[in-house]
Design a protein around this ligand. Sequence first.
Ligand code: SNW
Length: 273
Amino acid sequence: MTSHKVVTHLTAALFGTAVMFSTAFSAHAASDNNPYGLIEPGHLRVASLGDAKPYTFTDKSGNFTGFDVEFFKNVAHRIGIDQVSFVGQDFSAILPAVANGQYDAGVAAIGITPAREKTVDFSTGYLAGYLTVLTRSDSGVKNIETLAHKRMGVIQGTLQESYALKHFRQTDLVRFPDNNAAVSALNNGTLDAMFLDYEAAKDYATRFKLVTAADIPSFDAPAGVAIAKDKPAFKAALDKAIKEAMQDGTWKQLYEKWFPGSPMPAQYLPQGQ
Ligand code: SNW
């Protein structure tokens, strides 16, 4: 009897593991009660960042907030989902985790590029802006020319990393997992500059008295919601909801709330009014 019980428990344990794996690592097919093919119907699990203020960040109580977070929750509501859980990741982990089905979506000012579209699909774009070189006023970095032979931080897997590799060939790149780590290195003098998204740079500049040395347009890679490939119903629903949120002025209201004073791309504003 005893040995039989052991076998039963072992089987249950193995079965449990198999279920866990299939939940975490397989793409979820759409079905009648799960039209968007989510990990769990009615619940959106989102990979994000805790330190990309004001796009996505955690507030003092540990809750995710910011432009991307509030915009995505509004879009989720429009497709009938109010349970949205954000989890902070290193930027370089977000797209692989979305691609293999550990999350339903990735939301973190993630620019849509052909290279990324090889592994994930994206919603229609919802944000377009600049990449910014942030520096200390005493660093000697004044512009792109004076970046030569300086140490500049980039976050692994970002467009800033690939742009710098291509265009700032004389600059020594230092890779970091996240914004906070790179900004502390800039503040303590380990780095001369750091390359990140415009609005996050603006926020760190205010917090730590840092300055901007260059803004580089990244309008050809607007941010989108990353989702696993082959989920046409999910993508169509997101796209429709995003366009509605732009047309009824929700996008504009959130943009003005989170990015006050920033230039507003006209393509996301209500049309024909
Ligand atoms: O390409 C831009 C886009 O135009 C907008 O300004 C929002 O940021 C971008 O999507 C670029 N974002 C970086 C990237 O996609 C870094 C993302 C991050 O640090 N969270 O690699």
